[in-house]
Design a binder for this molecule. Structure first.
Ligand code: ARG
Length: 483
């Protein structure tokens, strides 16, 4: 007989642990069926939020004490008891109970075991609905700061590599076809600006994550004389919600975080795609560091860019988390609905991906070898100085359209003879148009073409220097304190 690991659903099976959940079981004659418990249980994953839950509960307990809702001694008992629970969780001694549903009730139940009946006062003036909101906001805020650190460290690495390659020239592409020469520094810095934008975007999001829903209670506010702003201040948040219904049903903060994370991954994925292309011998622009590549079990010559490929692939799961939660939220009436418990696994998974990807990309870039000769050769093979010839003809008085046509003829000739434009003799060039003179050759130089592009944001060395300066300044002023 085959053994199966798949649990068999038995609708008659009762929860064997206890008849009802202590926290809400007053009106229930029997507990949920075991399959139902398993289905609704979130402590398997939301235990990741234990530290934030304890912090928020300690702030709540202190506030209850300050407001005279519980005695100062009771507040101290709760705060200290929660500290003991934290120690148990950290040491691994804590026993997680599936029948207690989630992280919040597991912690509260253990608190009551440790400190006695006072533990039952912690939940005064609070509901799990506003509790989970604050706990998860604290968690998301901490993770977004970790992403910001990853982004600034990655930017620092990109800037470093750009500094090394201010003189390196490669074809800039449009439509993935060689277009005009650019400096490698300029190409790399395009990514630094993307990741800086991601960093700033996370900062904008954090303003809306750091709002405390506590005090909303289940949905309508509460009759206890709470001081929610002081709880917000204590946990390091700036504001509280002006509307209790919105407070307990708002998951925009997770959605925004996931959008920011999806955008980070999209940027990483584009860089991965370039690394993958550049590592193909047909390009030969980079050599992958051994530690970031794998071989093939059958083709001995292969060096596969697995890290870059996987990062490109894992972008999909972060998009999945974003579209998953958007879908969860789209039909929910006010206020809290249990559907919203589905906000956690997607975020936790996205966080694992993003927090691992950023330092890996920095590490890979650190060791990536750029093959500068191949890059320069590709400029020639791609006729990346064709625009220079056209502009040169314009400077000799020809209308641009005509200059464009003449240059096209020169490219065709060079292509037929297997040369670069600059390798055509003056006779050959003058055979196409007599305006072309010997002063054309310095104009066709690739490095000179890069040097001439000094419009703001251009690839010219002065523009690149300005970019590097601005990025350094940003890193030292803003990113350093989070790094
Ligand atoms: N585990 C729940 C969640 O993550 C906590 C809130 C439950 N509230 C409730 N009324 N059942 O959303």
């Amino acid at each position: 007989m085959l053994e199966t690991a798949v649990p068999v659903f038995n609708p008659e099976q009762r929860n064997s642990h206890m008849n009802t959940n202590q926290s809400w079981g007053g009106r229930f004659a029997e507990g949920p069926k075991e399959a139902v418990s398993r289905y609704t249980d979130s402590q398997t994953f939301d235990r990741a939020l234990y530290a934030q839950d304890i912090r928020a509960s300690q702030a709540h307990a202190r506030m209850l004490g300050r407001q005279g809702i519980i005695t100062p001694d009771e507040a101290t008992t709760l705060v200290d008891g929660l500290e003991r629970v934290r120690e148990e969780i950290v040491s691994g001694a804590f026993v997680w109970k599936p029948e207690l549903e989630d992280v919040h009730m597991n912690i509260e139940a253990r608190l009551t075991e440790l400190v006695g009946d006072t533990g039952k006062k912690l939940h005064t003036g609070r509901s799990r609905n506003d509790q989970v909101g604050l706990t998860f906001r604290l968690y998301v805020a901490e993770r977004l700061e970790v992403w910001q650190q990853g982004l600034s460290a990655l930017c620092a690495e990109i800037i470093q590599r750009a500094e090394e390659h201010r003189e390196t020239i490669l074809p800039g592409c449009t439509h993935l076809q060689p277009a005009q020469p650019i400096s490698l520094a300029h190409h790399l810095l395009a990514y630094a600006w993307m990741f800086r934008r991601d960093w700033l975007r996370l900062g904008d999001t954090l303003v809306r994550v750091r709002i405390s829903p506590l005090g909303a209670a289940a949905l309508a506010g509460t009759t206890y004389p709470l001081d929610p702003q002081s709880v917000a201040n204590e946990v390091g948040f700036d504001a509280i919600y002006p509307n209790s219904m919105d407070a307990v049903s708002d998951r925009d903060f997770v959605l925004e975080a996931l959008f920011d994370g999806a955008t980070v991954m999209m940027h990483l994925s584009r860089l991965c795609e370039e690394i993958i292309l550049w590592a193909n011998p047909a390009y030969g622009f980079v050599r992958l560091p051994d530690g970031y590549a794998t071989g093939s079990s059958i083709m001995p010559q292969k060096k596969n860019p697995d890290v870059a490929e996987l990062m490109r692939g894992k972008t999909g799961r972060v998009y999945g988390a974003l579209s998953g939660l958007l879908t969860v939220m789209k039909g929910l009436p006010l206020a809290y609905n249990r559907d919203m418990q589905e906000d956690k696994e997607g975020f936790l998974d996205a966080d694992t991906t993003i927090a691992a990807s950023l330092p890996l990309m920095a590490g890979m870039l650190h060791e990536l070898q750029f093959c500068t000769t191949r890059m320069r050769e590709a400029c020639k093979a791609g006729f990346c100085n064709a625009t220079e010839l056209a502009d040169y003809l314009v400077s000799k008085g020809l209308p641009f359209r005509e200059a464009h046509h003449i240059t096209g003829q020169a490219v065709a000739l060079a292509e037929r003879s297997g040369k670069g434009l600059e390798d055509l003799s003056l006779e050959e060039l003058q055979g196409i148009n007599l305006c072309i003179e010997a002063d054309v050759y310095p104009v066709l130089d690739y490095a000179a073409a890069v040097r001439r592009r000094e419009t703001p944001g251009g690839t010219g060395p002065e523009s690149v220097k300005r970019q590097l300066h601005e990025l350094h300044l940003w890193l030292s002023q803003n990113a350093a304190h989070t790094a």
